[in-house]
Write a protein that binds this ligand. Structure first.
Ligand code: RIB
Ligand code: CA
Length: 314
């Protein structure tokens, strides 16, 4: 039976690939897409979710816009990484897929309440919506099967030396999620940097011969230029679909149990995820932490999903 999931995202080049993997792979049932401010403003991330769903022919999954600001600090977007639109590179037609009028948090709560079985939340963005869901509707925690998130890092950050972007934007929200008691799996930079969109991957996507395949190549080509310019990567790490892949087949993403704490007060380390892999501290285990990816299995699933969706729209 496919695992019911909701993606909470900030498209975002890699969020777009996560949406395609979730919509195109038969192992998951994408119940909703919710958006939040992060890579860009929530207006732009929502427009981008509509754009990628339009190109992919994903017309039956509700899209709901969420929080425009982090819980405490002002929003800091990543226009240096994702561009002014939040998803620079391809030219998109006016989207035909619209949003639903509900706020993202209310849509998540309604689905969690109404769905016959617990739902897995897959946040690939700052955790503002998720923290607000758990705070505004505490009873919803019991209807969440698991939170499998892209965020944090067992090593260094990518927005400060200590903080990964999704946690950096809203550390208070991440702290609420990791302390919520809901089962959490953390797919951090340490593992998502193994999900590299190499020239071979791009060639396989191009060879699909579909508009969607070409759009993904254009997205990842822009992303590659950014990652080469900012960090000297030969190929870009496509972070967000790693969290979806963990839900699709846990064998693709290897995890260990650990305690994870979010640093809120460090002068130089605010937004860091402090992952106690060696049990130095007497803190309870509160997360599964991803350490290794099976890249071939990962890219096979991503490319198969793009192929499946592209054939529908071809
Ligand atoms: O640090 C990488 C994360 O930040 C990804 O989710 C990317 O889309 C940005 O949101
Ligand atoms: Ca993201």
């Amino acid at each position: 039976m496919p695992v019911p999931i909701i993606i909470d995202c900030d498209p975002g080049h890699d969020d777009a690939v996560a949406i395609l993997l979730a919509a195109g792979d038969p192992a998951v049932d994408l119940l909703a897409i919710t958006t939040v401010a992060g890579n860009q403003t929530v207006e732009k991330t929502t427009l981008n979710a509509r754009r990628i769903c339009t190109v992919a022919g994903i017309a039956d999954v509700p899209i709901a816009a969420g929080c425009a600001q982090p819980l405490v600090q002002p929003l800091k977007v990543a226009d240096d990484v994702h561009g002014a639109s939040g998803m620079d590179g391809p030219r998109f037609a006016t989207p035909t897929v619209d949003v639903v009028p509900e706020h993202a948090v209310d849509l998540m709560h309604r689905i969690l309440t109404e769905h016959p079985e617990p739902v897995t939340l897959v946040p690939t963005a700052p955790l503002t919506n998720i923290a607000l869901l758990l705070t505004r509707y505490p009873e919803s925690a019991g209807r969440i099967r698991e939170i499998v998130l892209m965020g944090g890092s067992t090593e260094r950050g990518n927005r400060t030396p200590a903080a990964e972007f999704n946690v950096y934007v809203d550390p208070e929200a991440a702290d609420i999620v990791f302390r919520s008691g809901v089962p959490v799996t953390m797919c951090g930079l340490n593992v998502t940097h193994q999900a590299l969109a190499t020239p071979e991957v791009l060639a396989r996507l191009e060879a699909l011969g579909t508009e969607l395949g070409r759009t993904v190549v254009e997205l990842l080509t822009f992303f590659a230029a950014t990652y080469e310019q900012l960090w000297g990567f030969a190929s870009p790490p496509v972070h967000d679909p790693v969290a979806v892949a963990r839900v699709i087949d846990p064998a693709i993403v290897h995890c260990v149990e650990a305690s994870v704490a979010v640093e809120l007060r460090g002068q130089h380390t605010r937004g860091a995820t402090v992952v106690d892999l060696h049990r130095y501290l007497d803190r309870p285990v509160n997360a599964q932490v991803a350490l290794a990816l099976e890249p071939d299995l990962f890219w096979d699933r991503v490319i198969a999903a793009v192929e499946t969706l592209g054939k529908r729209g071809a």
